[in-house]
Write a protein that binds this ligand. Structure first.
Ligand SMILES: [Zn+2]
Length: 477
């Protein structure tokens, strides 16, 4: 926006008109007038109260326009079909001013007079070109932008690759800045992006799969599902999307199919899937809900623009974290999501992250990682001297499944399966919900594109221009 100095008369007008808190209904501006205003008589309602100059209000409105609004084109562009009707986008400048500040039309007109004077350009005016804040001009909300946060994210990715303490602190500072708006983020249903999981919530069971290449090992695991199908012990844990090497976390899925897809089983393998009940209350960062998050503060607040930029950036955050990673690049490409998980766990104090599966699609293809502090599986309380027999039946006739685990307990022991009730445990295996999937085929969703092969003949190198070195021969084979 092109500005010039105010005319003398306008400067006086700015400083000599007063507006009271009762004449402004926008809550932030009203609050500032009450807090910082002096006692005086309002030039509009003529009542005594807390007042500030009209100039104060004009400056606030000018900044809000610069940050959040843009003037719409006066005429249609060259692509417009002349047979179609054309309407100018946006709303009349007076209405926008009155609306955003919550002031009546007379005050809005005075505000506009001052701004029109400041942005008036004589040359434009004589050529019939509209200036900013001309009467009759129309404005609309600017498309949101994420500011410089994409560059900051790129810097973050470089920093997490370095692994030294200084870089780690710098990377953490970037996340701290981006996530500083987390508590203020809202979704359209006015709920937050941190969701509850556990008893009496919608997220109360998670499914975890493990792949086996032979049935003996599978049977061993089915015998002690709490240990073998639950969170693996630290010494066998390999780095994953949301955990470092040796840091045990529980990767669960919201449905069985997603759990199976996530372990990427080869054809011929067996996948055991166990369901785990979440037995205590957890707080989870929901990356999927972040997609629709927004900030609903006052556009007159000094940090509102930055907050909205962060919200806009975080809307795309799950796309940055949930990217498919190739097996040979896992070490490097998982670093950003691992660092984010570490931050969400240790700095935000949350128990896990809910995110979309990259292995499969559909509304229920969601994963939840529970961090180490929320990953303990309560052990089955098997009485001493219990014998566990496991075998694969030759036919399905005896039981409805060939995979059999029989627990033979000593006389006098409880006749139901219970867990030990560890106070630190978060999960309890549902022993009657374990299934085995024999992988008979794997189906892919792919996009096929043709390979374009062309033939060129190398010419004599008489010129420096590379393009001239080749004589296009044919492109059809
Ligand atoms: Zn007033």
């Amino acid at each position: 926006m092109k500005k010039r100095e105010y005319s003398d008369g306008i400067i006086n007008f700015r400083d000599e008109q007063f507006i009271c808190n009762a004449c402004v209904s926008e809550r932030y501006l009203k609050g500032i007038i009450i807090k910082w205003g002096k006692t005086g008589t309002c030039s509009y309602c003529k009542k005594k109260g807390k007042v500030r100059t009209l100039g104060f209000l004009v400056d606030k409105i000018e900044t809000a326009f610069e940050q959040f609004y843009e003037r719409t084109p006066e005429e249609h562009d060259e692509f417009h079909n002349p047979h179609d009707a054309w309407y100018r986008e946006g709303n009349d400048v007076i209405d926008v001013i009155s609306d955003i500040a919550g002031i009546d039309e007379k005050i809005a007109k005075d505000v506009l007079d001052i701004l029109q004077d400041k942005y008036f350009d004589w040359e434009n005016h004589t050529m019939g070109i509209e200036n900013e804040f001309d009467k009759g001009s129309q404005y609309e909300l600017k498309f949101p932008h994420h500011g410089d946060l994409q560059e900051k994210w790129n810097e973050f990715k470089t920093l997490v690759g370095k692994r030294d303490l200084v870089s780690r602190n710098e990377a953490e500072a970037i996340l701290t800045d981006i996530f500083s708006v987390l508590d203020e983020l809202l979704r359209y249903d006015k709920k937050t992006v941190v969701v509850a999981a556990g008893p009496k919530t919608e997220i109360n069971v998670l499914h975890r799969a493990r792949v086996f290449y032979d049935e003996d090992k599978l049977m061993d695991a089915l015998a002690i599902p709490d240990a073998e199908l639950g969170t693996p012990p630290a010494h066998v844990v390999k780095a994953g999307r949301m955990n470092w090497d040796g840091s045990p976390v529980f990767y669960g899925a919201e449905d069985v199919n997603t759990a199976v897809s996530e372990v990427r089983p080869p054809v011929g393998s067996y996948v055991a899937v166990a369901s785990f009940e979440i037995i205590r209350d957890l707080r989870i960062l929901d990356l999927e809900k972040l997609n629709e998050a927004f900030i609903d503060g006052s556009i007159f607040s000094h940090d509102e623009l930055k907050k909205r930029q962060k919200a806009w950036f975080l809307r795309r955050f799950s796309d940055l974290i949930c990217i498919p990673v190739m097996p040979d690049k896992e070490n490097k490409d998982y670093l950003p999501s691992q660092a984010v998980a570490d931050f969400v766990c240790n700095k935000l104090g949350l128990d896990g992250i809910r995110y979309r599966s990259v292995q499969t699609s559909g509304p229920h293809a969601m994963n939840i990682v529970l961090f180490e502090k929320a990953s303990e599986v309560d052990r089955l309380d098997t009485p001493k001297d219990t014998k566990i027999e496991k075998y694969k039946a030759h036919s399905d006739e005896e039981y409805d499944s060939p995979y059999c685990v029989h627990e033979i307990r000593p006389k006098g022991s409880l006749d139901k399966i219970t867990t030990k009730g560890a106070t630190t445990a978060t999960l309890r295996v549902l022993v009657d919900k374990i299934v085995v999937n024999k992988i008979e085929a794997v189906s892919y969703v792919s996009k096929t594109t043709k390979v374009n092969r062309a033939l060129y003949r190398n010419c004599e190198e008489t010129t420096e221009d590379r393009e001239d070195k080749f004589d296009f021969f044919t492109s059809s084979l």
